[in-house]
Write a protein that binds this ligand. Structure first.
Ligand code: ARG
Length: 375
């Protein structure tokens, strides 16, 4: 489907990429926004002036892809709008991780840096999340680590990051922080990164795979658009739902691709049908849930998250608000039809405040120019 509405000026005559007629609807959630082109359009005339905390919480409440929205009012908002230098921004990210990790009692947290005022003093974190594992492209065409992070790993290396002398599958990437024309690469302190070693309650061999995952999923490159301001740097986190790790990060062919490895250890016949994948997937997901629970790190199962989402929908309805949601993101990647969320349809529309996808910095002209000064 070719939907270019997000590129066109709004039909209310403004430069707003939001559909006109006063309706606050952003057409493409998949659209990656460049604030240089669209920041003005993301500001709605007549948006109520709300506190930063209120706006940030509402942005979460209206995030169409998030199943965890029941907890929107618990978001802890850190106002870092006065941070100006790369050092302050890096330190605030470290502080974010410390508070969000909360010794395993993961706390939904958002740190908001200065709003977009133009490219001169633009603040950005180039990484997609505060914590991600490096992906090293090997000469034989395979990837060591997380294939989704190959690009950012290459950028970090080009900017002078020293990878561990023996690269591994779970090397935490440094942060790439930009303020205006300054771009730095900094290693996060190991002490602030809580990780969970993955084991299985019955399959003892699983721990031999030496899998682990970090406790906090902290998205670092999305835009917080309140209707009054746009924040190009406002990292935020919730806690994990098990399947994000057990199904997608570990199971996807384009990620760690572990289903064949697990199936082999389990001695599953892989030639007759493809259901060996379902078996392996289940074991991986059991292992993730078991390990996080055992190690005292907060996460939610997909079944529990589905129940909570239905509670969220009911509460929103009681409050007289319509829930917008993207079915294909809300329904968990395993056992879909066993959960109530599967059996509902949702209207899809983006209202402000919201969290929007941003065009990666290295794909913008100013980002490429900046990079060329450093590498
Ligand atoms: N799916 C992403 C990951 O595996 C995280 C996205 C946000 N997830 C969350 N539970 N808040 O890292």
């Amino acid at each position: 489907m070719n939907d270019t509405r997000g590129d066109a000026p709004g039909n209310n005559g403004s430069r707003c990429p939001i559909a006109g007629n006063g309706e606050k609807i952003l057409p493409g959630h998949e659209k990656r926004i460049d604030l240089l082109e669209h920041s003005a359009g993301l500001c709605l005339n007549g948006s109520a002036e709300k506190s930063l905390e209120e706006s940030a919480r509402e942005a979460w409440r209206q995030s169409v892809r998030c199943i965890g929205r029941l907890h929107w009012q618990s978001l802890h908002v850190i106002d870092a709008r006065s941070a100006d230098h790369v050092d302050e921004i890096f330190d605030a990210c470290v502080e974010h991780l410390r508070k969000a990790t909360n010794s395993g009692q993961v706390t939904p947290t958002q740190t908001v840096f200065r709003a977009w005022e133009g490219p001169e003093r633009e603040i950005r974190i180039w990484n997609s999340q505060l914590i991600r594992y490096a992906g090293y492209q090997l000469p034989n065409g395979t990837v060591l680590g997380d294939p989704a992070q190959v690009k950012i790993t290459e950028l970090a290396l080009a900017l002078g990051w020293k990878a561990p002398s023996e690269p591994g599958a779970f090397d935490v990437l440094p942060l790439i922080v930009q303020v205006g024309k300054e771009l730095v690469v900094r290693d996060l302190p190991r002490s602030e990164i809580l990780e969970v070693q993955i084991e299985h309650p019955e399959h003892a061999w699983l721990s031999q795979l030496q899998l682990k995952w970090h406790a906090v999923p902290a998205l670092a490159d999305m835009i917080l658009a309140t209707g009054n301001d746009t924040f190009g740097c406002a990292p935020f986190n919730g806690w994990y739902m098990g399947t994000e790790i057990g199904a997608r990060n570990f199971g996807d062919q384009k990620r760690y691709n572990l289903l064949p490895v697990v199936a082999e250890r389990m001695g599953l016949a892989t030639s007759r049908s493809s259901l060996w994948k379902d078996h392996a997937l289940l074991v991986l997901n059991e292992a993730v849930l078991h390990s996080f629970e055992k190690q005292g790190v907060r996460l939610v199962s997909h079944h529990q998250a589905s129940k909570e989402f239905m509670t969220f929908c009911a509460r929103e309805e009681n409050a007289g608000r319509k829930v917008h949601a993207d079915w294909s993101w809300i329904v968990p990647p395993v056992s879909g039809s066993t959960m109530e969320v599967f059996h509902h349809y949702y209207e899809l529309a983006t209202e402000l405040p919201n969290l929007l996808q941003q065009k990666p910095a290295w794909e913008t002209e100013r980002g490429r120019n900046l990079l060329s000064r450093y590498v």
